[in-house]
Design a binder for this molecule. Structure first.
Ligand code: FE2
Length: 328
C-alpha cells in the first residue's frame, strides 16, 4: 500500500523481505534479498543491491555531485544545481534509439530525501556502502537492522584547508581514523612550521599522504583545500568506482600513489573512448564530455582537482568553452 511519509516521501509498507518500496514521479524502486529494481513507464531495470547501494550512497553524500552520476549504464541522475534529473536509458544509445528512455526533473530536496530514506531502509546492519569489499559485510538477505552511523558519516568539506583551527580537523587513531592496512608504510610525520612573527595564524601545512592513509572510505572525494573556485578533492580508491561519473566540466587527476585504471566512455552515448592507466606521479585531464569509471587493484591515493565555477556547465554546453583544457 502506498504511504506518504512525514517527510513527504512516497513509500509503502515493508514487503515480504522487510524492505519498503519508494516512488519518485513515475519511477518506482523496490528491493529483495539480492537485487534493486527500478521501473518507469517504458521499462524496468535490475541491479545487484550492493552495487545499487554503493552508488546511492555516493549520490546522497555528494549531493548529486558535478554533472552525471550513472549508477550503471542505464539509471542515474543529472545535477542542475537546485533541481536533479532522474533518468533511465537517457545516456544509453540503445535505449534512446528504441525510445525506451525516460527522465523526470525533481527539486533537489525531494529526490535527496527519497534517496536518503531508501538508503537508510535498504542498508542492513554490518554493510557499509562506502567501504572496500574486504572491509565491510554483506548487503544481501532479508532486512536485518541498520547502519545509520556509516551512511550518515561526516563528509569532509573544508572551507579553507584541513588542519586550520576551526576548519576540518586532522585524522588520528583517537578520532576513529587508524592507518589503513594498505598504507602502513606511509610516514605519519607532520611538517615543521616556522612562520614569521605576526603570521602564526596565517601559515599552515599538513601531511596530505598521512591524512589520506587514514581515510575510512573509498571513492569519496573530500574537499581538503579551497582557493576561490579551485577545490582539491583527494580520495582513496580500492576495487571499482561504484558509479560512472559523467563530467560537466574538466577534471584534473593527479595519481598520488599506486595505480588506477580508468575506462573512459562518451558521456552521452556510452561508447568506449579510452582506457587510461595512471601510476604514481601521472597527471590526466578528463574532458568535459566524457564519463569514466575507475578500477584500483589495491588502495591508491588520487588527487581530484575540481573547478567549482557554477558558470562552467553552460559555457561548455553552449560551445563558448572547449571540453578540453588544452589543445595539443
Ligand atoms: Fe569525473
Amino acid at each position: 500500500m502506498s504511504i506518504t511519509a512525514p517527510s513527504g516521501v512516497q513509500t509503502t509498507d515493508p514487503n515480504k523481505h522487510g524492505y519498503r518500496s519508494y516512488s519518485l514521479g513515475e519511477f518506482k524502486f523496490t528491493r529483495d534479498e539480492y537485487f534493486a529494481y527500478v521501473e518507469w513507464p517504458t521499462g524496468k531495470h535490475v541491479m545487484s543491491v550492493d552495487a545499487f547501494l554503493k552508488a546511492l550512497q555516493r549520490d546522497v553524500a555528494w549531493q548529486f555531485f558535478y554533472g552525471i552520476v550513472n549508477f550503471d549504464g542505464v539509471v542515474g541522475t543529472v545535477n542542475h544545481y537546485g533541481t536533479v534529473d532522474l533518468f533511465a536509458g537517457r545516456y544509453n544509445d540503445v535505449y534512446r534509439k528504441a525510445e525506451l528512455d525516460h527522465q523526470e526533473n525533481f527539486e533537489t530536496s525531494i529526490i535527496k530525501t527519497t534517496f536518503e530514506e531508501m538508503l537508510d531502509d535498504w542498508t542492513n546492519d554490518g554493510f557499509d556502502p562506502f567501504a572496500s569489499p574486504t572491509e565491510t559485510g554483506s548487503a544481501f538477505g532479508a532486512k536485518h537492522g541498520e547502519n545509520r552511523a556509516a551512511i550518515t558519516r561526516h563528509r569532509v568539506t573544508a572551507t579553507r584547508m584541513v588542519s586550520i583551527p576551526g576548519d576540518e580537523p586532522l585524522r588520528n587513531d583517537d578520532n576513529g581514523h587508524p592507518v589503513n592496512r594498505h598504507f602502513l608504510d606511509v610516514s605519519q610525520e607532520e611538517p615543521e612550521k616556522y612562520p614569521e612573527p605576526g603570521f602564526e595564524d596565517e601559515i599552515n601545512s599538513f601531511n596530505l599522504f598521512a591524512y589520506l592513509s587514514r581515510s575510512q572510505v573509498t571513492w569519496n572525494p573530500s574537499v581538503v583545500s579551497v582557493c576561490g573556485d579551485s577545490l582539491y578533492c583527494p580520495t582513496t580508491e580500492e576495487y571499482i568506482l561504484p558509479i560512472i561519473h559523467g563530467n560537466d566540466r574538466v577534471e584534473w587527476f593527479i595519481q598520488l600513489s599506486d595505480e588506477l585504471i580508468w575506462q573512459v566512455e562518451d558521456r552521452d552515448a556510452g561508447t568506449a573512448r579510452a582506457k587510461v592507466t595512471m601510476r604514481a606521479g601521472d597527471v590526466a585531464a578528463m574532458p568535459a564530455d566524457i564519463r569514466h569509471q575507475g578500477y584500483a587493484p589495491k588502495r591508491a591515493m588520487l588527487l581530484v582537482w575540481e573547478n567549482a565555477d557554477p558558470a562552467l556547465p553552460a559555457l561548455i554546453s553552449s560551445g563558448q568553452l572547449p571540453s578540453v583544457p588544452v589543445e595539443l
